[in-house]
Design a protein around this ligand. Structure first.
Ligand code: PFF
Length: 473
């Protein structure tokens, strides 16, 4: 007999852990800037509609498959569709995807820690110089920070579901909320802050194009940690008395609120630095914004609050994003870890050790993609662009396979596992769900238009990324 499966200890613990996974690097800067550039309030509205109408049902599908089978994604597909190789492939993809995304996310988390340490050491002026980022990510220092990040993540995961993942979320998430609110309050007192708020919130529907709608959906899908096997895995640690529908709603609400509130921190800061900012010129990538742009803004605060004050604000910001990254990283690495434990029977410790070895090697390789090694930097090329190992991981797994995984889970739950089983699982522990309009909506949407939308996103991404062909302008 194997040991009984680990479980989250409380409903709030599960919600915080899942929200910890969802609230990530993208929430803090990527989302607010994408919103401002793409129509402000108009983007926010479309985003909210996608969260509610598309992402929430997919979230329910993932969690229910996990809780029903009490298995990692690979085991879950195999349990519900035994001896069906095509579904086994879906299970594989749902484990391989987080494994690969974990690599690039670790690289960024390592940089965050490096910046945090340097700010605390008094190096904010240095970080605000344009050439610092490039030289930092190519220095051997990053391997020290990498060892630290690996140590923190593995320490949390080694504690198990209740004493590790849940406990960490219960500490890190409330700290994150407090730091975020403190920064918002501070930033709103700066000169010109409200110009930023205006840009962020005032809707401009003329900016809404097919590409913007696609971007809003992709952002919502990533942000809620869908398509990465995470919510199947976390669902597998849920007891039957834990109501999935209402917990999922709270997770979606928390993630969206944090992204929204982050906008009230970032946009006012940008506008108070330069009231004539043209948001169209801001970088599209969270990486460029966090590591190259924001340090300049923080440094400029020294005019009003002194160097120590400016460094303190910068340190709080980097600590906040670091916490967001750690809870996401923990969730994504738990997926392959659960898959190894479930399929080999290895102990948590051994499984983590084994995973650490392969993940560590691949992460080191990925982190040399920025000029340290030529072959990882110019790894391949497609659609007329040279791509590094890091770029390929982002393109293939983050951009392309996520919507495919979402599409597969939708088809799986409705047409293979069957609607009645899905409903039964979602009704278990949630008396209000049975017969509700929401239940009918989930049944209809997951079986019809959600997979169609995800298929279109997938095809569009493939055409654009690998063939340079733009369908929607
Ligand atoms: N919701 C997470 C985020 O917005 O950053 C998605 C995520 C990405 C989770 C990568 C975990 C991860 F490693």
């Amino acid at each position: 007999m194997s040991a009984p499966r680990e479980q989250f200890g409380s409903r709030i613990g599960f919600i915080l852990a899942a929200a910890g996974s969802a609230v990530g690097i993208g929430n803090m800067v990527g989302f607010p800037v994408a919103a401002t550039k793409n129509g402000g309030g108009a983007f926010l509205l479309i985003y909210a509609i996608f969260v509610l109408m598309v992402c929430l049902p997919v979230m329910l599908a993932e969690m229910s498959v996990g809780r029903r089978t009490k298995k990692d994604p690979f085991g879950a597909y195999k349990t519900l569709a035994p001896n069906e190789p095509h579904w086994a492939v879906s299970g594989w993809l749902a484990v391989l995807t987080p494994f690969m995304i974990g690599i690039f996310y670790t690289v960024i988390t390592v940089w965050l820690l490096g910046y945090l340490v340097k700010i605390i050491a008094g190096d904010l002026t240095l970080l605000a110089q344009p050439e610092t980022f490039g030289s930092f990510i190519n220095s051997t220092d990053i391997f020290i920070y990498m060892a630290l990040v690996a140590g923190i993540v593995f320490l949390i995961l080694q504690g198990g579901v209740r004493e590790g993942i849940e406990k960490a979320a219960k500490i890190l998430m409330p700290s994150l909320f407090i730091m975020l609110l403190a920064l918002v309050v501070f930033v709103l007192t700066l000169d010109n802050a409200f110009a930023g708020v205006q840009y962020y919130l005032i809707p401009d529907f003329s900016k809404i194009t097919g590409a913007v709608v696609n971007a809003a959906l992709s952002q919502a899908f990533f942000s809620l940690s869908l398509g990465m096997g995470i919510l199947i895995t976390y669902g597998s640690y849920l007891g039957n008395n834990n109501p999935i529908p209402s917990s999922a709603k709270l997770v979606a609400l928390t993630d969206t609120s944090v992204a929204f509130v982050a906008g009230l921190m970032v946009l006012p800061a940008i506008f108070s630095f330069n009231p004539n900012t043209n948001t169209a010129d801001l970088s599209d990538s969270s990486i460029g914004l966090i590591f190259s742009f924001l340090p300049k803004i923080f440094l400029a605060l020294q005019a009003s609050i002194g160097y120590t004050g400016a460094s303190a604000v910068a340190a709080i910001f980097f600590l906040l994003v670091f916490f967001a990254a750690i809870t996401s990283l923990v969730s994504i690495i738990e997926v392959p870890n659960a898959a190894i434990m479930d399929s080999t029977g290895l102990s948590r410790k051994k499984s983590l050790g084994f995973l650490g070895l392969i993940l560590g090697t691949l992460t080191i390789l990925a982190s040399t993609s920025f000029g340290m090694f030529d072959w990882t930097t110019s790894f391949t090329s497609y659609a007329g662009q040279s791509k590094s190992v890091f770029d390929v991981i982002i393109d293939v797994f983050y951009e392309t396979i996520l919507p495919l995984n979402g599409l597969l889970i939708c088809i799986f739950v409705i047409y293979r596992w069957k609607k009645a089983n899905l409903n039964k699982e979602l009704e278990t522990g949630d008396d209000n769900y049975k017969g509700s309009i929401f239940e009918r909506y989930v049944n209809f949407s997951v079986g019809t238009f959600i997979p169609v939308i995800l298929f279109l996103v997938f095809v569009n991404t493939v055409a654009l990324k690998y063939f340079g062909y733009n369908f929607i302008g």
